[in-house]
Design a protein around this ligand. Structure first.
Ligand SMILES: C[S@@+](CC[C@H](N)C(=O)[O-])C[C@H]1O[C@@H](n2cnc3c(N)ncnc32)[C@H](O)[C@@H]1O
Length: 205
């Protein structure tokens, strides 16, 4: 018989705790470990205006709102945007956050410094808008293989592409006194920039 006991959560002693997502959006959230990679690549700073395309549960919006000075969360489904707003209200954030019910590229403001595409609808037009506003950091998560292929082409065609990562996390659990793992689905993380665009070479090999 399989015993499944999760390990006790580590006490980090950080001033800002892990985010709370008490409200369910029936989709998402981007998993915490994947968020760490995404946020690392976004390199958000207090002067930044960050845009979350497809905010859904608000998990990325909330994390970003602890780092950037200004955040615009865009979600095409009104009910999910409400979840973004409710989850935001349940957390400490320091940024000014604007929640917009729109289908991007609609709603992407001039002057956006960093854009995350957590939803893939209209991604080519979203990337065109990212180029138009000169976003310095663009990160897109894709789980479906064929969409990932098209997205890599779209980044490359616009000279945006810097890195393609495949992130796959397995979480340990106790099994008969030892540790076994549950695997999450892999996610492709595309990283680019409209400010550093250099012809679309994948770097970091
Ligand atoms: C996989 S979920 C994103 C999860 C989110 N990062 C989180 O942590 O909760 C994708 C979301 O993007 C939204 N979406 C997809 N394309 C969009 C677009 N072009 N503009 C706005 N929202 C979009 C979908 O409605 C969906 O809620």
């Amino acid at each position: 018989m399989q015993t499944k006991l999760f390990y006790r959560r580590r006490e980090t002693g950080r001033t800002m705790s892990a985010i709370a997502l008490p409200h369910d959006a029936k989709a998402g959230p981007t998993k915490p470990e994947v968020r760490s990679v995404v946020l690392g690549k976004l390199e958000l700073e207090p002067a930044d205006h960050f845009v979350d395309v497809g905010s859904c549960t608000g998990a990325v919006t909330i994390e970003a709102a602890r780092r950037a000075g200004r955040v615009t969360a865009i979600e095409r489904k009104a009910a999910r945007l409400e979840v973004t707003e409710k989850n935001l209200a349940a957390n400490d954030v320091r940024a000014e956050v604007d929640c917009t019910n729109a289908e991007a590229p609609a709603g992407i403001p001039d002057g956006a410094d960093a854009i995350f595409l957590g939803g893939s609808r209209n991604f080519e037009s979203v990337l065109d808008r990212a180029v138009e506003v000169g976003a310095g950091r663009i990160v897109m998560n894709v789980s479906r293989l064929e969409v990932a292929g098209r997205a890599v082409d779209a980044f490359r065609d616009r000279g945006l592409l810097e890195e393609v990562l495949q992130v796959q996390v397995s979480r340990g659990y106790e099994l008969a006194g030892a540790t076994s793992f549950d695997a999450n689905n892999p996610v492709y993380v595309l990283v680019g920039s409209a400010a550093r665009a250099d012809g679309g070479e994948v770097t970091g090999r």
